[in-house]
Write a protein that binds this ligand. Sequence first.
Ligand SMILES: C[S@@+](CC[C@H](N)C(=O)[O-])C[C@H]1O[C@@H](n2cnc3c(N)ncnc32)[C@H](O)[C@@H]1O
Length: 343
Amino acid sequence: MRYWAELAGYSVELARQELEAVLRTLGSTSPEPRPVAWGERVVAFDTDRIEEVARRLAFTHRLLLPLTTGTLADLAAALKEEGKSGGTGALRPASGNRIPDEWVVTLGRSFVQGGGRVDLEDPERAYVLHRGSTDPESLALSREVARTARLSLCRRKAADLPFRKPVTLTPLLARGLVNLAACPPGGRILDPFCGTGALLIEAGNLGYRVIAADKDSRMVKGTLTNLAHFSLDPTALTQTDIDGLAAALEDHFPVDAIVTDPPYGRASSTHGEEAEQVVERAFLALRPLVRPGGRLVLMLPVDHLPGAALSEWTLEFPPIPLRVHASLTRWVFALTPSPSRAT
Ligand SMILES: C[S@@+](CC[C@H](N)C(=O)[O-])C[C@H]1O[C@@H](n2cnc3c(N)ncnc32)[C@H](O)[C@@H]1O
């Protein structure tokens, strides 16, 4: 069935990639969201698992069922029909769409003329009004079919964790990064720089088996505490430098995906080593630990891979910038191991 997704403005490209990755995870054969003529924040996609798509997504606001397109008069007629089935409804403009109030009032009246009642607080049906991107006189009407996980992820704060540090990722960002891994349901996800475990919590909450490590024993202990807070158990968790990982957890490799937030700058402990050097070592150490086609999703403070990684990894999409604050932009990468060269 055809739906529309209303992507969050935080990073539209990241939201589009997340939706595509979730559709892949759920076995879609045509996962690529398609642009529609109703603003860059609305994309069309097909699925027969809409509730499951909604349960996973972090960077999309809501999922919509397209109802009709046309002029204001066409939409008024459609809403009158909708009103005939009785019940309550609310009509709101799509995020980022500028729509005159009087249009909304006109359409609301048509719904009431049909027999519906307006309830802006808790409507049985939430309608969304979209304005054409190239032709602002053309309109579209959709109905919300599902809210995504976004709202509950925004409410859950990193500060609520029993063990937290300045490096702790927000649940929203952590969930989005896990989704970008496009890991098959129930698969194994590794975070080799687990810190306080924010990524593992989201992976565990989605039913993935989690494997993790950190060089710092306090982080390993803290991650265990945080996972237990969500009644989650790691499949494996150990204290090791990235280079000792293969030997320390050899029975668990290759994993289906790696999602991680390596050390950067001064904010997280690198135990005396330059962060760039740790990251460079990581790209080589992680290459044999993920199965062919499995993704490595990570954030870097730069928009390019270190030279050592270039032949080992293939970009799944161009890196996407995320502005963390005025002086820090981080880039989201999704990579797969490059096929081994013939000898
Ligand atoms: C940016 S933090 C991870 C934060 C984590 N995503 C969270 O939400 O809490 C990076 C982590 O890498 C660990 N680390 C630094 N150098 C390492 C190395 N050589 N091997 C393994 N872990 C290392 C640090 O102890 C730190 O916990």
